[in-house]
Design a protein around this ligand. Structure first.
Ligand code: ADP
Ligand code: MG
Length: 416
């Protein structure tokens, strides 16, 4: 089945062609017809399977059939997502598919001025993409009319649950018209998510894509035993050998991210870093630089492991193994997206070996061990260290020069 054979507006088909989508992914194939029919949908599909288009395409088609009597200011479709970055991303996807229509898509999230956002609402918005927190505020203040909302989407519902947004979500749902269509999308499922889902949907169509295999089959997995202090040498080597590829490096903490970034800087590798210490206004910039290839290496913490869709990430490196096995899945899910292929490489130090078992159990799959023989291991270290010492010498020479220069300057100033 190709997209061209779907019973959807030509306007949408045109943008699908422009995006280069040919065939629907599994989740799209299963979800689109039910959504078009107006059924509630409960969909579980691992990350990277194309969930956004699975709801965006049929929603746009449905909203094109405008009901003349509706209130101009009422929001017709409300999409809730866990983070601001995702709000931007999902909005972009909606805008792409709605390019040849006159539907208005808007994203709203905390951390940016509310006044401007409220002003935009007054012009009338068809599809609003927002985080539950901001939605709660806006609705409570009476800025948002959801009394005529036809469709509610909960995207990355598992993540929203983890972030504690349940009450905000319930509050919003309480104010929707009794009859509305609910589309519930999640990458993982457990009892708590099921409870939430079933409290929101009515007789849903349940779609689950390969639940036994939480990672896309497009990703290959490899693991190398590398001591903690040697990891940077191997990272340097991989980056240099793949300088044309987009690489995402995961570390455990903000401090580690900064440290790895410095270590790479010392050997002449420019990287971007993304962690809890980065201000919101800089986050979009950083992601954009990585997206558009201005810089090909991003060092991130798990904070950014979920949902983010940047096409063309060829390699995900687990510089540190994740503490929680599930996060491995979210991390490596940043590569091999849609129909692309990807590679995941994990650096495992002695003290991290127990985590590997947990990850393998979670994935129902073993990770191939990348053999690094002793001589290669030493070579990588020696080569890197050589550059490193040269650098250190350069830096210390520069520092000495600077100190001398300052001394001289002081003397001069005194004379004056
Ligand atoms: P998910 O929400 O399931 O994690 P996304 O909706 O972010 O996944 O989509 C992942 C990637 O797959 C995106 O880059 C998207 O453009 C691409 N993609 C989605 N559907 C298709 C398709 N039918 N054909 C080709 N690429 C697709
Ligand atoms: Mg998604």
């Amino acid at each position: 089945m190709k997209f061209e054979r779907y019973d959807i507006s030509e306007k949408i088909k045109q943008s699908i062609v422009e995006l280069g989508f040919n065939k629907p992914t599994d989740i799209q194939f299963k979800a689109i017809p039910s959504i078009l029919k107006g059924e509630d949908v409960l969909a579980i599909a691992q990350t990277g399977t194309g969930k956004t288009a699975a709801f965006a395409i049929p929603i746009i088609h449905k909203l094109l059939r405008r009901n003349k009597n509706y209130n101009q200011n009422a929001i017709r479709c409300l999409v809730m997502v866990p983070t601001r970055e995702l709000a931007e991303q999902v909005t972009k996807v909606f805008k792409q598919f709605a390019k040849y229509t006159d539907l208005i898509v808007l994203s709203m999230y905390g951390g940016v001025g509310q006044a401007e956002q409220v002003e935009e609402l007054e012009f009338g918005v068809d599809i609003l993409v927002t985080t539950p927190g901001r939605m709660f505020d806006l609705r409570a203040q009476g800025h948002i009319d959801i009394s005529e909302t036809e469709i509610l989407v909960l995207d990355e519902a598992d993540h929203m649950l983890a972030l504690g947004f349940i009450r905000d979500i319930r509050d919003v749902v309480h104010h929707l018209p009794r009859k509305h269509q609910t589309l519930f999308f999640s990458a993982t499922i457990n009892e708590e998510i099921k409870d939430l889902a079933y409290s929101l949907v009515v007789n849903p169509i349940r779609i689950q894509i390969s639940p036994k295999d939480p990672v896309s089959k497009n990703v290959t997995h490899a693991l190398a035993y590398i001591e903690m202090d040697d990891k940077r040498f191997f990272l340097e080597r991989i980056i240099k050998e793949n300088s044309d590829k987009k690489i995402l490096v995961f570390v455990r903490t903000k401090v580690r991210a900064e440290r790895v970034q410095k270590a790479m800087e010392r050997v002449g590798i420019e990287t971007l870093a993304m962690h809890g210490g980065i201000e919101q206004e800089n986050r979009f910039d950083i992601l954009e630089k990585f997206r558009n290839g201005e810089c090909n290496v991003l060092i991130a913490t798990d904070l950014n492991a979920r949902g983010i869709d940047i096409s063309g990430i060829k390699i995900v490196i687990n510089y540190d193994l994740p503490d929680v096995a599930e996060n491995y899945v979210h991390r490596v899910g940043r590569t091999g997206r849609g129909i692309e292929k990807g590679e995941a490489i994990s650096f495992c130090a002695e003290e991290e070996k127990s985590l590997v078992k947990e990850i393998e159990e979670f994935m129902h799959k073993e990770i191939t061990i990348m053999p690094i023989n002793k001589s290669e291991y030493t070579l990588t270290k020696v080569l890197a260290e050589k550059v490193d010492t040269n650098w250190q010498k350069l830096v210390s020479d520069a520092e000495k020069q600077e100190a001398e220069w300052q001394k001289k300057n002081k003397k001069k100033n005194k004379k004056k």
